[in-house]
Design a protein around this ligand. Structure first.
Ligand code: MTE
Length: 300
């Protein structure tokens, strides 16, 4: 594999597929994406094994397709993802509309196995394929003065039935501080399990910020803007008291309506014991320095 970020989840943690056919597809997809060797059945089984393809692709939040967990899997097929381009602009040296295929041809696709913790207190472990957001930002050239990165999801009412309901203000928007965006853990995902990322998971390209609550990881991105000021973000606009701009995973700062101390691992079954939520979702050693001296309860 090209590179593996030093976290405690490795390829060896992957659970083999239950079905032989799926495993064959995984290997084929991995080869096509230029991934390295994939662990054999003997190497599996830690308590941090990735969730199954089935779990990752049928239990989703993608409100543009409805608010039910199975709505995205049922409706996202309506979204056209080819051609696809991302408009990158404002404080960059090379603003423009970048074709998805051109971006991919410039990037080294690698695999990262990350914990994924939703603000709703469920979690998964996902074997993503993708590249560092920093590489994309450097491709566009970040100008002095840029302090934040704003992201926007596709807005296409005829293909997104959820847009009929004003659950949040559309389009879905998110943002990061520039140093968070440039952090080597922050990635743009284009695949899962060596296959192209399914539409319900944010095809063809979505953000993954593993130390923040899942809603920061905005899907199906069409626009990236480098800005001087903190950009508005969807859930913060919905309720600033409940969803801060930072939204770092933090077991000590509860959501006003529920505890964030524990999480329910998807796939564990109805009676599975909840697991303790880890500071910064387990990435404290890598990212805590980004927030040195900050009051994490205030800047939640
Ligand atoms: N991005 C868009 N555009 N729309 C959404 O509704 N939901 C967010 C995030 N990105 C969402 C989104 C939330 S709340 C979570 S937990 C994750 O996507 C879910 O990602 P997954 O379905 O791949 O697990």
């Amino acid at each position: 594999m090209a590179h593996r970020w030093k976290n405690d989840l490795t390829r060896a943690d992957v659970t083999p597929y239950s079905s032989y056919m799926n495993r064959r597809q995984l290997l084929a997809g991995g080869a096509a994406l230029g991934l390295g060797a994939i662990a054999g059945p003997g190497m599996a089984a830690t308590d941090l094994e990735p969730n199954s393809w089935e779990e990752i692709t049928t239990y989703n939040n993608f409100y543009e397709f409805g608010t039910g967990k199975d709505d995205p899997a049922r409706h996202a097929h309506q979204m056209t993802t080819t051609p696809w381009s991302i408009e990158i602009g404002r404080l960059v040296d090379r603003p423009g509309t970048y074709d998805f295929a051109d971006i991919i041809s410039e990037m080294t696709i690698e695999e990262r196995i990350y914990r994924f913790r939703c603000v709703e207190a469920w979690s998964m472990v996902v074997p993503w394929n993708g590249f560092e957001l920093a590489d994309l930002l450097n491709m566009a050239g970040v100008k002095d003065g840029a302090k934040y990165v704003a992201f926007e999801t596709l807005l296409r009412a005829e293909e997104m039935p959820g847009l009929r309901y004003p659950v949040i203000e559309w389009p879905y928007v998110e943002g990061l501080r520039l140093d968070e965006a440039m952090h080597p853990l922050t990635m743009m995902a284009t695949g899962i399990y060596g296959r192209p990322i399914p539409k319900q998971n944010g095809a063809p390209i979505r953000l993954v910020v593993p130390w923040k609550y899942g809603f920061k990881s905005i899907k199906s991105i069409v626009k990236i803007t480098l800005t001087e000021d903190e950009p508005p973000t969807s859930w913060n606009k919905y309720s600033a008291r409940e969803y801060g701009f930072y939204s770092n995973v933090n077991p000590n700062v509860n959501h006003p309506r529920w505890s964030q101390a524990e999480e329910r691992r998807i796939g564990g079954g109805l009676f599975a014991k909840k697991e303790p939520t880890l500071m910064f979702n387990g990435y404290e050693a890598e990212v805590a320095a980004l927030y040195d001296g900050m009051d994490l309860a205030k800047f939640h």
